[in-house]
Design a protein around this ligand. Structure first.
Ligand code: NAD
Ligand code: DAU
Length: 332
């Protein structure tokens, strides 16, 4: 049985990973999370207390991190400032958490020679043209566009340097856009679902042609477990489920699942520097670690996600008004 320290485990993907790992392995988990606006303890309700504990704290806190890393076998590092739009308005927290926080964790993992898995994003590779036949691979050069993605790229490079120079026992994964339960209503899919529930028209940035490569959060979790279990130290693995869709298609699917006409959305001011298209080639992960996604039908996964937001309004309602007020100020 392994003891995992999961940073950012009160966020969207981290909390899904915690639930998935408790259900599919016999691991014990400690979550370290400082509960920013994006962290929510309610996302961890009902977990077994003999296998799960929660520590409220900052990944930049050296002495806290030192003690926690020393007491665990594996660090799985999800904690981050994660929203591109926020990074365009106030980049500073992204530098603190994504760069200094990662530095603090890898220093401790190096000191105690602990296994470290770094969670990252496909956005480090920049974007692709709509008609580009290539997809991102582990060899695509880094070319991030936003303050968020540049800090994630910086954190990846720190982990790589610590692996090479100090023998850090690290792996890295870069995943595409996740969807599923417990995602903050600032993000695209939950924002539009909760808008429709509230009788607000979905908001598309620009012309809606931007493409994202959607993967269910549970498929991300199973891939991370495969990498922790049998990934090669020092390696990077891209995680994706062949889920390319443009934003307009996604909004239209949401509208049609609510029985609404497909053009009942608004086009709003585009995101500055808006990446056009992400697309992942995950053949290394599939070939070398035998991973494959379980949610191959996006429409079905989206229907489950819509049902979850309908049934769990108490989870997202407290964030909704402030989130929409912020977007309104930005003209979005
Ligand atoms: P999120 O914003 O929902 O959650 C982030 C969590 O980190 C929150 O619980 C927050 O409280 C915590 N946190 C932030 N700063 C912290 C700090 N200084 N100390 C301790 N905890 C802190 O993010 P998410 O969407 O779940 O993303 C999680 C990770 O996955 C990030 O590293 C992100 O870059 C990566 N990722 C996300 C996606 C996606 O589609 N959302 C895709 C690929 C990779
Ligand atoms: O690719 C992985 C990344 O996916 C992660 O690294 C990030 O943490 C995660 O937030 C996500 O980044 P995106 O910027 O792609 O996600 P977001 O949900 O903000 O937006 C998805 C797309 O939808 C993007 O093209 C912008 C667009 N959009 C977003 C919002 C909030 C809209 O058209 N309307 C909206 O209201």
């Amino acid at each position: 049985m392994q003891n995992l320290l999961v940073t950012g485990g009160a966020g969207f993907i981290g909390s899904n990973f915690v639930r998935y790992t408790l259900a599919h392995t016999d691991a014990k988990i400690t979550v370290l999370d400082n509960l920013t606006y994006a962290g929510n303890l309610a996302s961890l309700d009902g977990l077994p207390t003999d296998r799960f504990s929660f520590v409220k704290g900052d990944i930049c806190d050296e002495s806290l991190v030192d003690g926690l890393v020393a007491a665990h076998d594996v660090v799985v590092h999800y904690a981050a400032e994660s929203h591109n739009d926020n990074s365009l308005h106030d980049p500073r927290p992204f530098l603190d958490t994504n760069i200094i926080g990662t530095y603090t964790l890898i220093q401790a993992a190096r000191k105690y020679q602990k296994r470290f898995h770094h969670i990252s994003t496909d956005e480090v590779y920049g974007d692709l043209e709509l008609d580009d036949p290539q997809r991102f691979t582990e060899n695509t050069p880094y070319n991030p566009s936003s303050p968020y993605s540049s800090t994630k790229a910086g954190s990846d490079l720190l982990v790589r340097a610590w692996a090479r120079s100090f023998g850090l026992q690290a792996t890295i994964s870069n995943c595409s856009n996740n969807y599923g339960p417990y995602q903050h209503v600032e993000k695209f899919i939950p924002r539009q679902i909760s808008n429709v529930i509230d009788g607000i028209r979905p908001k598309l940035y620009g012309n809606g042609e931007n493409v994202r490569d959607w993967i269910h959060a549970d498929d991300h979790s199973s891939a991370v477990l495969a990498i922790i279990d049998r990934g090669e130290i020092g390696e990077t693995y891209l995680i994706g489920a062949d889920g390319e869709k443009n934003n307009k298609e996604v909004v239209q699917l949401i509208l049609s699942q609510f029985g609404l006409v497909e053009d009942a959305f608004d086009q709003v001011i585009d995101r500055p520097g808006h990446d056009l298209r992400y697309a992942i080639d995950s053949s290394k992960l599939r070939r070398e670690l035998g991973w494959s996604p379980q949610f191959s039908n996006f429409e079905a996964g989206l229907a489950d996600t819509i049902a979850w937001y309908r049934e769990n309004e108490a989870w997202w309602r407290p964030q909704k008004a402030a989130t929409e007020a912020k977007y309104q100020e930005q003209g979005q």
